[in-house]
Design a protein around this ligand. Structure first.
Ligand code: ADP
Length: 476
């Protein structure tokens, strides 16, 4: 397939050359010889008329002698390469520049008729059989006292006409050759600018198609070819990145599933073979239950993430009171707060504060953030949730006085499965998916989330939401 494009171009070029040759050989050649013949004929006729009006008329009016007229005409004939005759209306040759005719000699042109092929200015042929070779002949009447006294005939051998038109044809051939050489430049340009880059691109697509997404190539041009190559390279890079992410993701998922399954299996085996005595069963069954809870949570999180990742996540946007939502999500943590002696402090702007978003998903965001804040806070501390309004945006902040997040980890905590070393001891159940779900939900809303944190002091997560116009209506 690759070779045919080039082949087609070469065939096109050869066809161009062939048609050029045919056109020059037939059309141009005919046109040139026609033109040369016409010009020569018209010239000869002009000469003949001139001679008829001057030397020939003088001869008939006996103003010059036959000899002197013959001499003059011979000079003209040799200069122009023609043969000039003066004929009587009867066809008798009076003067010929090709030979001397004595006055007594009677040379007749057989079948002479002054009407040259239907009134044309010139005629091609042997002039009533007077020549063996074809000639171009013209005939001009010599008149004196309103009578035709004779004719001036001028003959030019056709071989001369052919030589002349051959000279013009040589120029045409040379032009064709130059044109073909110049169009060779187009072929070279095509090869350099289209064919070679195209070959590189095809080779790359073959590599990508066979799965080698890390294949590198470059086309150094800023035209469409360069753009195509760059786009293709970018696409392959993205796919390669997605593949790597996928592999990492599956490795993480497998790992996170395997550890609870291993511990469940370990405890159940120990219970069955009696390593764990029957009176301890309840304690270990509780651990097994916790592990299955963890597996359920992991599965749910994965499903949520999967739904969110599908392009163009459909949001069920409504106008709802974010303050009320914070209150109700906070209330669901009452048990946990009491157990850890943590106070949830709500600093909410106004009584009601309407935002436009997908309520259920924002509840999930709040749930994940508060859950983290509580998990990583020491006993007896305070977790503060605040709503503020700035530049027609509503900001929600969840702040704790917990372990904090090391600076280098702050960018990474939103990645799937990422957990800081600091938190590992404190949160054995964590999946590392909570914040990536938060980020995906806010991304789907076209909103942002930021984290400000100091290790050992605490963390604050702030996200933005679209303010609802309902607030203005309520104010009025
Ligand atoms: P998980 O479900 O394991 O909590 P997340 O994605 O919610 O996963 O959080 C990722 C990691 O970010 C956590 O494991 C923890 O290391 C860190 N992190 C998140 N929130 C906080 C916080 N409020 N204080 C300290 N570390 C946090």
């Amino acid at each position: 397939m690759r070779r045919t494009l080039y082949l087609k171009f070469i065939v096109g070029y050869l066809l161009f050359g062939l048609f050029g040759f045919l056109i020059v050989a037939s059309f141009v050649s005919n046109m040139t010889s026609d033109q040369v013949r016409r010009e020569a004929g018209e010239n000869l006729y002009r000469q003949a008329t001139q001679i008829a009006n001057t030397y020939a008329a003088d001869l008939y009016n006996t103003e010059i002698s036959l000899d002197s007229a013959g001499r003059q005409l011979r000079a003209i004939a040799s200069y122009t390469g023609t043969e000039i005759w003066i004929l009587n209306p009867s066809g008798r040759l009076v003067v010929s520049t090709a030979r001397n005719i004595s006055p007594d000699e009677e040379v007749f042109i057989e079948n002479f008729s002054p009407n040259l092929s239907g009134g044309a200015l010139y005629q091609e042929g042997t002039f009533f059989g007077a020549f063996d070779e074809p000639h171009l002949s013209v005939l001009a009447p010599i008149s004196s006292n309103f009578r035709i006294r004779g004719y001036v005939a001028i003959h030019l051998p056709m071989s001369q006409i052919r030589t002349r038109s051959d000279r013009y044809m040589n120029i045409s051939w040379l032009l064709l050759l130059i044109l073909l050489l110049l169009s060779l430049i187009i072929l070279i340009f095509f090869t350099e600018l289209v064919y070679i880059p195209l070959k590189k691109i095809i080779r790359a697509t073959e590599q990508y198609a066979s799965g080698n997404m890390h294949y590198q190539f470059s086309v150094d041009s800023s035209d469409e070819m360069g753009y195509l190559a760059a786009t293709l390279g970018y696409m392959a890079n993205e796919i390669a990145g997605a593949e790597d992410d996928q592999k990492k993701f599956i490795a993480n998922v497998s790992h996170d599933f395997r550890s609870p399954l291993t511990s469940i299996r370990g405890f159940l085996t120990a219970m069955l073979d009696g390593t764990i005595p029957a009176e301890m069963h309840e304690k270990y069954l509780q651990i097994v239950l916790n592990e299955t809870d963890r597996l359920t949570k992991l599965t749910n999180s994965l499903l949520t993430l999967n739904n969110l990742n599908t392009r163009g996540t459909l949001l069920a946007r409504t106008d709802f009171d974010i303050n009320g939502t914070i209150r109700s999500v906070g209330a669901s943590f009452e048990q946990t707060c009491r157990a850890k002696g943590i106070t949830l402090e709500l600093v909410l702007l106004g009584e009601q504060l309407y935002v436009n978003a997908d309520k259920e998903r924002i509840e999930q965001v709040l749930y994940n953030l508060i859950d983290n804040a509580l998990k990583f806070s020491p006993r007896g501390s305070t977790v503060r949730i605040e709503t503020t309004e700035r530049h027609s945006k509503i900001f929600v902040s969840v702040r704790d006085n917990g372990i904090g997040i090391p600076k280098n980890d702050q960018k990474l905590i939103f990645d799937r499965f990422y957990k800081t070393d600091l938190s590992r001891g404190k949160d054995k159940k964590g999946t590392g998916l909570g914040l990536s779900i938060v980020r995906e939900i806010l991304r789907a809303h076209d909103e942002n989330i930021n984290v400000i944190s100091t290790e050992g002091v605490g963390s604050e997560f702030i996200f933005s939401l679209r303010r609802s116009d309902l607030n203005d209506e309520l104010d009025d």
